[in-house]
Design a binder for this molecule. Structure first.
Ligand SMILES: Cc1ncc(Cc2csc(CCOP(=O)(O)OP(=O)(O)O)c2C)c(N)n1
Ligand SMILES: [Mg+2]
Length: 567
């Protein structure tokens, strides 16, 4: 309360909300509790959306997805210690994925924590977060809250985007400050991700390398989707005629059906390319570290990358271009002369023939009349429904559920696919789905392995509580990778086993959503069409042949190669 004479007061809780609003943040994803519940209340009172989750990891994944989709940091709000730790997985994953997000967490009284006196939810959260995120800041003084938020916004967005941790002790949140001083302390960040162009020397070097190519290949990474660089990348690809390969979350930057896409001939394109142009794509494990035999020993790499230290991480980069993708790809597209690259037409023809053969083999698998369904026949039905709803945002996780869906479900627009990403994290699904629906208002289709679904399954209640247009399809093969793994010690279930007759559809019904249990492609098609027509929360329990999967999907080779047991 304010007496007649006293100047109006604000406090840390009001101030953190003022600072978020001043920086264009309109949504907070979180789980409330001590000491942040009033932050969520004040956010709502200020006209922001607060989306309350069942687990902080999903709230954090939602904030990360909001950052990827929305072009400004997503914000996750967590309570101290265990809530902070639950959210930290998502902030670390956002950092690995280069998605801009801020995890704001309450923390316990420093005076007690630093003397380890056994305080409530005692943990040095700043020290815990620092090694796992792009940057971590703590605000001790209430007058610095605006500065802390501004630093978090700029750090999350600039250079290589990532996850930033902002620690707000309960004492800071509760501290009073004169309202006029509070207003003056708020900082609105100007141009959080400034343009960065390359020098003429660097540009000419890259032009020389690219124009020397006979078998060039453009690899489009999710950084292009994140940077909203689809227009300049389309110009570069179509002006030069170079074939391109999209990484999974870059699908749709150019439509998957584009004549220059060589996704269906990926291995051949990678093995035979003599000049590789990496656009917002890192030569990490997802690209075999750029090593032979997957890649040609003498291939030369041009890399457009905002983080200089990424260059040469796996292969020497013949022409490094350090800057932001929109600026640098625009410079490159202009500098490359039409017809300046003499691409080997015979190579292009062989790639097209190979891609057409692979596409025909896939089409046969999708149309196979088998029962029970397998991944191909189920996803063949999904593919046809998705084609009728091109604006859909697709969320996808699992092992086989991921690998088959990535190859079978084409994307035609950028930022319409969200999946396990660079870290291969299970548990992103429903958090990503919530953010996709909240941020875009578009229909969301989550294609989930049954194990992957379980990591965030309770968020079905969140989806139902907000009435979001999210349809979750559980590809239920009764296990992690497959459902027929023999147990080493019956009657114990095998380590990979899940309930073979689980009815995930009934979870939706428990919270007022629609549930569908399907065993054929026709039933799956009908369920999806009904869910789209309703535009409300739905879970489709899709029975898949338990023998249909392979251990670890396409990356089984990463498991330990056990020489002893092979002997
Ligand atoms: C946080 C975390 N914990 C465990 C794992 C290890 C894993 C990789 S893929 C996967 C699930 C595979 O089963 P699912 O039923 O979803 O898919 P399918 O192959 O179609 O049967 C697990 C548990 C990862 N990557 N992340
Ligand atoms: Mg499974």
């Amino acid at each position: 309360t304010v007496s007649e004479t006293q100047a109006p007061l604000s406090d840390g809780i009001e101030l953190v909300v003022d600072a978020l609003v001043a920086n264009g943040i309109d949504t907070v994803y979180g789980v409330v509790g001590i000491p942040v519940t009033d932050v969520a209340r004040v956010a709502q009172a200020r006209g922001m959306r607060y989306i309350g989750f069942r687990h902080e990891q999903s709230a954090g994944h939602a904030a990360a997805a909001a950052g990827f989709l929305g072009g400004r940091p997503g914000v996750c709000l967590t309570v101290s210690a265990p809530g902070f730790l639950n959210g930290l997985v998502a902030t670390a994953n956002a950092t690995t994925n280069c998605f801009p997000m801020i995890q704001i967490s309450g923390s316990s009284d420093r005076a007690v924590v630093d003397l380890q006196r056994g305080g409530y939810e005692e943990l040095d959260q700043l020290a815990t977060a620092r090694p796992l995120v792009k940057a971590a800041f703590r605000v001790e003084r209430v007058e610095d809250v605006g500065l802390g938020v501004a630093r978090a916004v700029r750090t999350a967005m600039s250079g290589r985007p990532g996850g930033v941790y902002l620690d707000l002790p309960s004492t800071t949140l509760g501290a009073a400050i004169a309202a006029d001083e509070a207003a003056r302390s708020v900082i609105t960040v100007v141009d959080p991700a400034p343009r960065q162009l390359v020098s003429l020397d660097a540009l000419n070097r890259a032009v020389e390398v690219i124009e020397s190519a006979r078998r060039p290949l453009v690899v489009i990474g999710k950084g292009v989707a994140q940077a909203r660089a689809e227009h300049v990348v389309t110009e570069l690809v179509e002006r030069t005629g170079m074939p391109f390969l999209p990484m999974s979350m870059a699908k749709g930057v150019l439509p998957d059906g584009h004549p220059q896409s060589v996704a269906a001939a990926r291995s051949m394109a990678i093995a035979e390319a003599d000049v590789v142009v990496l656009l917002g794509a890192r030569l990490n494990w997802l690209l075999g570290h750029g090593r032979s035999p997957q890649w040609a020993e003498d291939a030369r790499f041009v890399q457009v990358e905002v983080e200089p230290e990424e260059l040469d991480s796996n292969r020497p980069i013949a022409a490094p271009l350090v800057g932001d993708l929109v600026s640098v790809v625009g410079q490159l597209a202009t500098a490359l002369r039409p017809g300046g690259i003499r691409i080997d037409q015979g190579w292009l023809d062989r790639l097209s023939e190979h891609a057409a053969r692979n596409a025909a083999k896939m089409a046969a698998r999708l149309a196979a009349d088998v029962s029970p369904m397998n991944f191909s026949t189920a996803l063949g039905a999904v593919r046809d429904v998705l084609a009728a709803h091109p604006g859909t945002i697709l969320v996808n996780e699992g092992a086989n559920a991921l690998d088959f869906a990535r190859d079978i479900l084409p994307m035609t627009m950028p930022r319409r696919r969200l999946d396990c990403g660079t870290w291969g994290v299970m548990g992103v699904g429903l958090g990503y789905a919530v953010a996709a629906a909240v941020e875009t208002g578009l229909p969301v289709l989550a294609i989930e392995g049954d194990s992957a679904f379980g990591f965030s399954g309770m968020e079905v209640e969140t989806i139902c509580r907000y009435g979001l247009p999210v349809t979750t399809v559980v590809l239920n093969n009764g296990g992690i990778y497959r459902g027929d793994d023999p147990s080493q010690a019956p009657p114990q279930p095998a380590p990979t086993a899940l309930s073979p007759s689980a009815r995930y559809d009934q979870l939706a019904e428990a919270f007022g959503g629609s549930g569908y249990h399907v065993e054929t492609p026709t039933e799956l098609t009908k369920a999806l069409e009904a869910a789209y027509a309703e535009g409300r929360p739905a879970v489709v329990n899709c029975v898949i042949d338990p023998t249909a999967g392979t251990e670890s999907g396409h990356i089984g080779g990463l498991n330990p190669q056990r020489a002893a047991s092979a002997a």
